[in-house]
Design a protein around this ligand. Structure first.
Ligand SMILES: *[C@@H]1O[C@H](CO)[C@@H](O)[C@H](O)[C@H]1NC(C)=O
Ligand SMILES: *[C@@H]1O[C@H](CO)[C@@H](O)[C@H](O)[C@H]1NC(C)=O
Ligand SMILES: *[C@@H]1O[C@H](CO)[C@@H](O)[C@H](O)[C@H]1NC(C)=O
Length: 352
């Protein structure tokens, strides 16, 4: 395991100390143009926001974006070429591009700013370009430079990773939208100025999760794939690499079912995981999580009743304090377990 593994684990753990040094362990940065050191902190923050988004998107899935999956290079041969890997690449590369682009618009870097190249030109009926359009080209360049340079191999896996890095960057562009401001006499909106703005990163995450769901498999000769990081990884372009598929996520290997622990694959398994049932305000996918994580993996759903306390019956006293009672209430949580065990166990828990 090399420096990159270290980097990705560090990013996942969100510590404050790694940031400055993490990307400089990459040879490229030590030997490469000094200027790029300017961006390392922001690049690491961007990658971190990608990882956080990955954890959010997969929180109630069997594979939940674990730390050990967060490496962005092929130099560990053990790493897989599954659709999960494709998501990690796309979201990380998008995260870096998103953060750097925002930084430009905020004026955080001397050498980039808003994209004002079209300002003053007519954009369409009743509107002209104006204001601060996010400068995605700059963000794209920095993301490509940093994230793609982690890819040292030349084989199929490397090509797959580079493709997915790029798909992530294309997603940032694809989700941009026009935002407008009205002008004209007393807000009549007879003329508008508009600019292009990045989507919220959450929206990016949703978009890429949908891409993940319909990712394309590239059929390959198994023996070649196993040869790993070797020169014989030449391969013919397949449909998945045709221009029409450039924005899609691609993968080479089917995923394991992620149900059972398999340390050689780095799979944790779902035993002990929490799932959601009967919760208010959950998406259909979340409500199905107990089935997906437990039952479909041959595990039982165990209900644990947890006592929680929270403030309640708050009263306002003149003047000026608020007094509340502490109410205790029972919260049911659900976990995947192997044995039926005691159906209901009591545990002291903390407040929501
Ligand atoms: C870039 O933006 C992030 C927040 O999105 C901020 O924390 C970071 O400090 C910015 N980088 C620079 C160089 O200002
Ligand atoms: C782990 O996965 C590998 C590769 O699929 C398989 O050969 C092995 O039998 C698995 N080990 C366990 C304990 O399931
Ligand atoms: C339910 O969730 C949505 C978004 O996930 C949120 O906008 C809404 O306020 C939530 N409603 C309640 C009652 O919590």
């Amino acid at each position: 395991m090399g420096d990159l593994v270290l980097l990705w684990v560090a990013v996942g753990m969100c510590s404050a100390t790694f940031r400055a040094s993490a990307w400089s362990v990459n040879n490229f940065l030590i030997t490469g143009p000094k200027a790029y050191l300017t961006y390392t902190t922001s690049v690491a923050l961007g990658a971190q926001s990608g990882i956080e988004e990955c954890k959010f998107q997969f929180a109630w899935e069997r594979w939940n974006c674990p730390e050990n999956a967060l490496q962005l290079s092929t130099h560990n041969r053990l790493r897989s070429a599954t659709r999960e890997t494709s998501f990690i690449h796309a979201i990380s590369s998008a995260g870096v591009m998103h953060t750097i682009t925002k930084n430009c618009s905020m004026g955080d870097f001397e050498n980039c700013g808003c994209d004002e190249s079209k300002n003053g030109k007519t954009g369409g009926h009743g509107w002209i370009w104006g204001g601060c359009s996010d400068n995605v080209e700059f963000g794209e360049r920095i993301s490509k430079l940093f994230v793609d340079s982690l890819e040292k191999g030349k084989d199929a896996r490397a090509l797959m990773n580079l493709h997915n890095n790029r798909a992530g960057r294309l997603a940032v562009k694809a989700t941009m939208r026009r935002t407008c401001k009205c002008h004209g006499i007393s807000g009549s909106c007879s003329i508008q100025t508009c600019w292009l703005q990045l989507a919220d990163f959450r929206e990016m995450g949703d978009y890429l999760k949908a891409k993940y769901d319909r990712a394309l498999k590239i059929e390959m000769d198994k023996r070649r794939l196993r040869a790993g990081n070797s020169a014989e990884g030449h391969w013919a372009p397949t449909e998945a690499f045709l221009p029409s598929a450039e924005a899609e996520l691609v993968f080479l290997e089917e995923s394991p079912d992620y149900c059972t622990r398999n340390s050689s694959l780095g799979v944790q398994g779902t035993e002990g995981r929490e799932c959601l049932q009967h919760s208010h305000n959950t998406s259909r996918r979340e409500r199905r999580s107990c089935g997906r994580l437990c039952s479909e993996c041959g595990l039982q759903v165990e209900e644990r009743r947890t006592e929680a306390t929270s403030s309640c019956n708050c009263k306002f006293h003149w003047c000026c304090t608020v007094k509340c009672d502490q109410c205790r209430h029972v919260v049911n949580r659900y976990y995947c377990t192997r044995s039926p065990g005691t159906a209901q166990s009591w545990a002291k828990g903390s407040a929501w």
